[in-house]
Design a protein around this ligand. Sequence first.
Ligand SMILES: Nc1nc2c(ncn2[C@@H]2O[C@H](COP(=O)(O)OP(=O)(O)OP(=O)(O)O)[C@@H](O)[C@H]2O)c(=O)[nH]1
Ligand SMILES: [Mg+2]
Length: 358
Amino acid sequence: MERFGFVGLPNAGKSSLYNALSGGSALAAPYAFATKDPNVGVAKVLDPRLDQLAEMSRSKNVVPASVQFVDIGGLVEGASAGEGLGNKFLANIREADAIVFVLRAFVDDDVPGPSDPLEHLRIVETEIALADLETVETQIQKRRKAAKQDRSIADEVAALEKALAVLAEGTPIYRSGLDDGSRGLLRGYFLLTNKPVLAIVNVGEDDLERIDEVTAPVRAELGDHGEVIGMCVQLEAEAAQLDPEERTEMLEGLGLGEGALPRFLHTAYQMLGLRTFFTTGEKETRAWTFRAGWKAPQCAGVIHTDFERGFIRAEVIHWDDLLAAGSWAKARDLGTLRVEGKDYVVADGDVMEIRFNV
Ligand SMILES: Nc1nc2c(ncn2[C@@H]2O[C@H](COP(=O)(O)OP(=O)(O)OP(=O)(O)O)[C@@H](O)[C@H]2O)c(=O)[nH]1
Ligand SMILES: [Mg+2]
């Protein structure tokens, strides 16, 4: 399962965001380093398409896609040099597939810490870029030597050289415009800044009407290099404790619609190139996660390895065509149900039935 790591200064709201997503009760407290060991949770990716398909099939079970997220302890200035609980937390970030910055914009005299989200961003970006610089400096020495014996790693060394130049200026790789080829070659080094990023700007409860305004400077700063979402994490976490009806009432009462979490999860999911296909029937309607570009057998393998091994063909229909037809049998009559083979590139929103033989 794909994993998102929360990164930010102490008291930024990381554990509160974790609680908002999991409806859980990680310790969220107004002192630094409240979190020492990472909390790992799973969030369901809400998807209205799934619910509509389940309704059509009168399914007994509905299973959404999910992503994993890790609430990591706070980074402080100097973390890359071991300040705070620096090295330990940096190792937790290394294991994540993508980074979610939690940037504090709320003011609360009872909770120490700066409230300028750009300052938060600057500090955490500097720390993770410095940590990467150190990694690259160490590795590049070794690889330069190795490249003299083995010409085949010349490209990798060239990518390391490019990364070194970028990081030496304090620029995270995701901001550098480094080409995809080079970024791919660097993947094996598990650099912190060679991951996609998403920033949550944690806006105070007094600023609900100004969420866009408070978020704008961060959006301008990150530009095309990362997604930015503004929300009041505290209120989202409080709402998550309620049962669904009361939650809707609370969020709508505050003018927050369905809240920011569905959009956050959807953005996170898309950012990693993750896509969804569905299976549907009376027993169960389910969303399955695959990566953009995957072919039918690979997707079938997500359901069960036998499905990939013994793949014969797939019956496929886009979810909205299936809804329009009203049932699988009708869609077959209408000719909107297609039979696809091994080379079919699955599309987001496809509904599939796999034929296999092992
Ligand atoms: N007023 C206000 N307080 C908030 C908000 N979000 C979080 N807090 C409070 O700020 C404090 C710190 O929040 P946490 O979620 O524990 O912060 P953290 O980033 O996990 O902190 P560390 O684990 O120490 O790195 C808690 O007392 C929260 O209740 C907010 O939007 N508004
Ligand atoms: Mg915490």
